[in-house]
Structure formats: structure tokens, C-alpha cells
Design a protein around this ligand. Structure first.
Ligand SMILES: Nc1ncnc2c1ncn2[C@@H]1O[C@H](COP(=O)(O)OP(=O)(O)OP(=O)(O)O)[C@@H](O)[C@H]1O
Ligand SMILES: [Mg+2]
Length: 455
């Protein structure tokens, strides 16, 4: 049996006792009061009737009468004469009337010193010269049979409801603990790495929502594990290519076979490029991991997004010129500041602009910055290759590149947009992309404008 059952059962029993005991006590008091009143009335009535019977009876029959009255009614009876001497008694002899003037009525209670029995009594005058009064004594613990039945029913119902409560506790605690035990088992399985387990969700209450949360946790863990696997395989894949280039060309250089100076220079150039590429890869990865762990230091200040975009445009202008791409800017001067890190915002624009130039053969790359509804919006659009709609959901993933073989010709590693997204979100912004395959792409950045009091 589980502790919840004991705890719940204990609590219910205590509650029960706290409520039932005083209630029972009060009911018993009421019941006793009722019974005593009834008993006193009955005793008085009997005394009156016996007094009438005695006054009509023969002096010699008193003995017989008292005997039969007493045995029939299970009461003690004493008959006094004018001098308060006992003429006849059913057994109790220690009593003497309190009211000394004989022939008066008297009621009260009395404890027999011999038996310690408590009695209610009633004394009535008898209209007879020899007999003065008759006293009838009813034991105070005497109850009528209907009263006994009521008392028994009270006891039974108390006991019954206690048993019922315990039964309910048992069923209820079972209902409560079964899913909990199941969840405990699942949690242990998850801890052992079995991430395909699921807890059945059977109710819509807190337990059900706990089960749902556990399933969600399992799903997240699985996604995390799969991501990590994929990440490591991507990383090793990305490093393998430049490394094999470096190995191959350095080997050729070392052997120095059939090479002229031009070729050697070309090999050295390739080795240098590939080493640079690896270096950039490591830097990008390091930055990304710091951003994901939210350990990324940002120097937040009030900045003009338009000025930052303009700076980035100037930096990519030479590479755009190489490809005969026109760079067009539509930057509004009169826009509110935003809160951001100017260096990182420039990095975002640089990444988007480099992509735009890289994936555009001819046409134009347009940069817009404007303010709208409390937001500052920056867009980078091009008339380049475009992105197919099924690729769009993935382009912000790490290492995701479209047409992987060709992407290498462009020199990309697929980390740029992942970094852009992280950086944007770290600065309270959002990034969206719209694209038409073969026609061009537009990236839209949206940052909340700075409010008063922002620094
Ligand atoms: N403006 C664009 N037009 C067409 N395709 C794009 C554009 N921007 C990104 N892409 C596609 O999205 C992929 C992911 O872009 P991302 O910037 O993350 O990587 P990358 O440019 O390949 O490498 P990196 O930026 O790390 O050097 C790119 O490989 C490219 O195929
Ligand atoms: Mg890129």
C-alpha cells in the first residue's frame, strides 16, 4: 500500500473524528436529556397511579401490591406512614423523604449509598389514614426499548459512515496513485535514455496535464538528442572537406613533384583559403553555441537602424560591384531609435547582404529601413536565385544550405542565417522571409522602437 493512501486515510479519519465526536457527544446529550425528562414524567405518573391504587387497597394487601408493582416495572417502591416510617419497601431502605410534612408531593433524584445507583424519584400522598405516601424510584440509566433502538442506530450510522469514508479513500487514492506510479516508471525509462516511451493521458485534470507535460518533455528530449547527433555529424562533415584539401595539397607540396612556381603558389593559396574557412567555421560555431546558451554579451544602447544598415551597405558595395549588381537604399532618416547592439545589428545586415549578393547573378539588391506602428522595419531584398517554398522553413537551421554542392562554390557553411536569427531574437526582434524561386528573396527584420526610459 502506498503512503498517499495512509496520508489521505489518516486525514479523512482525523477530519471525521473532529467532526463526528463533538456531534455524537451533543446528540448523546440531547438524547439523554430527552430520555431523563421522559423517565421523570413516567415516574411521577406511576407514583400518582400507585397512590390511587393504594388508597383503595386493603391494608393487608399493601405488601403484595408493592411487590408486584416493583417487579413488573423494574422500579424501587417505598411506602411511608404518617411518622415517616417505612411500612413497606421493595428492597431499598436507606431513603427518607426530604419534605417532612407528610402527605405532600415530592420529586428529585437520589443515589442509593449501598449500590451507588442513581435514581429519579417521585413521592405522592396517599389518601389513607395508615399510609401517608408512596415513593417510586426509577434508575436514571433506564431506557425504553425505542430509545435503545435509536441509540444503536446512531452508533451504527457513525461506524458505517467511517467505513464508507475509508472505502472511498482507498478507491480514490488508487485512482490518484496509479497514474503517478505509471509516470514514475516512465520518468525512470526516460532517465535511462528510452525516449520513445509515453504516458497515457486518461484524464483532463492536473494529472492529465502532468502526463501531457511528461510526454512533451520526452518529445523535446528526443528532438534535442536527434539535433545533437545531426549537429555532430554536420560538424565533422564540414571539417572533413577543408581538411582533406589541406592534406592533399600540403602532401603534393611536400613531395614537390612536377610543380612549377605558379602551381605551388596556387596550392598554398588553396591551403590558406581552406584554413581560413575552418577558422571561420569554428568562430561561427562558438558564437552560435554561446548565443543558444544565452551567455552572449550584448552592448545594448539606443541606435538608429538606418545608419547601421547604411554602414553595412557600404561594406558590401565592392563585392556587389564585382558582380554588376546595383545596390539600392531606401533608408528613412526620421525614424525612432531601437534598443540594440550596433556591432551585432551590423553583423545581421552584413550576413543578409552577403547572402543577397552571393545568391544573385544580376539585378539589384535593395535595402529599406522605415518605421511602422511602433516598430522599426528593415528589409533586404534581391532579384536572385530565390528559395523554394519547401526549403524556407529550414533555412534558419544550422548548416542548412540549398543545393549543397553548389553552395560550396559560393563558399557558404550554412551558419549565417542561424546566427542572424539568434542575434535578432536576442535583441527582441523577429525575422521573416518571403521568396519566389528564381525571382528573388526578401528578408524582413522587425524591432520594437525604443520607449521612453530605455537606455
Ligand atoms: N538571398 C538569398 N537568396 C537565395 N538563397 C538564399 C539567400 N539567402 C540564403 N539563401 C539560402 O539559404 C542557405 C542558408 O544561408 P546561410 O546564410 O545560413 O548560409 P550560407 O550563406 O550558405 O553560409 P554562411 O552564411 O555561413 O557563409 C544558403 O545556403 C542559401 O542556399
Ligand atoms: Mg550566408
Amino acid at each position: 500500500m502506498n503512503t498517499i493512501f495512509y496520508k489521505l486515510g489518516g486525514a479523512i479519519t482525523i477530519l471525521f473524528l473532529v467532526v463526528l465526536l463533538p456531534l455524537g457527544f451533543v446528540m448523546l446529550e440531547i438524547f439523554n436529556n430527552y430520555n431523563h425528562t421522559h423517565l421523570k414524567e413516567e415516574t411521577e405518573e406511576m407514583a400518582s397511579q400507585y397512590a390511587i391504587m393504594l388508597s383503595a387497597a386493603d391494608r393487608l394487601d399493601v405488601d403484595l401490591l408493592v411487590d408486584s408493582m416493583s417487579t413488573e416495572t423494574v422500579r424501587e417502591i417505598i411506602v411511608f406512614d404518617q411518622t415517616e416510617t417505612i411500612i413497606e419497601s421493595s428492597g431499598m431502605e436507606s431513603f427518607s423523604p426530604r419534605k417532612k410534612s407528610s402527605g405532600t408531593e415530592e420529586i428529585g433524584s437520589y443515589i442509593d449509598p449501598k449500590t451507588n445507583q442513581h435514581y429519579f424519584y417521585a413521592g405522592k400522598p396517599v389518601l389513607d389514614n395508615a399510609i401517608a405516601s408512596i415513593y417510586v424510584f426509577s434508575p436514571s440509566n433506564m431506557m425504553s426499548s425505542s430509545a435503545v433502538r435509536v441509540q444503536n442506530a446512531l452508533w451504527l450510522s457513525g461506524l458505517g459512515s467511517l467505513l464508507l469514508a475509508l472505502g472511498f479513500t482507498f478507491i480514490f487514492s488508487k485512482k490518484l496513485t496509479n497514474p503517478l506510479q505509471m509516470m514514475e516508471k516512465t520518468a525512470k525509462k526516460l532517465a535511462r535514455g528510452d525516449l520513445n516511451t509515453k504516458v497515457p493521458v486518461t484524464t483532463r485534470d492536473e494529472l492529465g496535464s502532468l502526463a501531457r507535460s511528461m510526454n512533451e518533455l520526452a518529445r523535446e528530449l528526443k528532438r534535442y538528442r536527434d539535433n545533437r547527433r545531426e549537429f555532430f555529424s554536420n560538424v565533422s562533415h564540414e571539417f572533413r572537406t577543408p581538411l582533406s584539401y589541406i592534406q592533399g595539397y600540403s602532401h603534393a607540396l611536400k613531395n614537390g613533384l612536377q610543380q612549377n612556381e605558379d602551381q605551388r603558389q596556387q596550392f598554398i593559396h588553396i591551403i590558406h583559403d581552406e584554413a581560413n574557412r575552418m577558422n571561420r567555421l569554428i568562430e561561427d560555431l562558438f558564437e552560435l553555441s554561446r548565443m543558444e546558451e544565452e551567455r552572449f554579451p550584448l552592448e545594448l544602447e539606443l541606435v538608429h537602424l538606418g545608419h547601421i544598415a547604411q554602414k553595412a551597405v557600404e561594406k558590401v558595395r565592392p563585392s556587389a560591384g564585382d558582380k554588376e549588381i546595383t545596390l539600392v537604399t531606401e533608408i528613412e532618416e526620421d525614424i525612432p531609435d531601437i534598443v540594440g547592439d550596433s556591432f551585432r545589428l551590423e553583423q545581421i545586415f552584413m550576413n543578409l547582404l552577403q547572402n543577397a549578393v552571393r545568391y544573385t547573378e544580376h539585378g539589384c539588391v535593395r535595402v529599406k529601413v522605415l518605421a511602422e506602428d511602433g516598430k522599426v522595419i528593415g528589409t533586404v531584398s534581391d532579384t536572385g536565385l530565390g528559395i523554394a517554398s519547401e526549403e524556407i522553413p529550414h533555412i534558419f537551421e544550422r548548416f542548412y544550405r540549398i543545393e549543397k554542392s553548389r553552395a560550396r562554390d559560393f563558399g557558404g557553411t550554412g551558419l549565417g542565417l542561424a546566427i542572424v536569427k539568434q542575434l535578432t531574437e536576442l535583441q527582441y526582434g523577429t525575422i521573416d522571409v518571403e521568396s519566389c524561386d528564381g525571382k528573388g528573396t526578401t528578408f524582413t527584420l522587425c524591432f520594437p522602437e525604443a520607449r521612453e526610459g530605455d537606455e
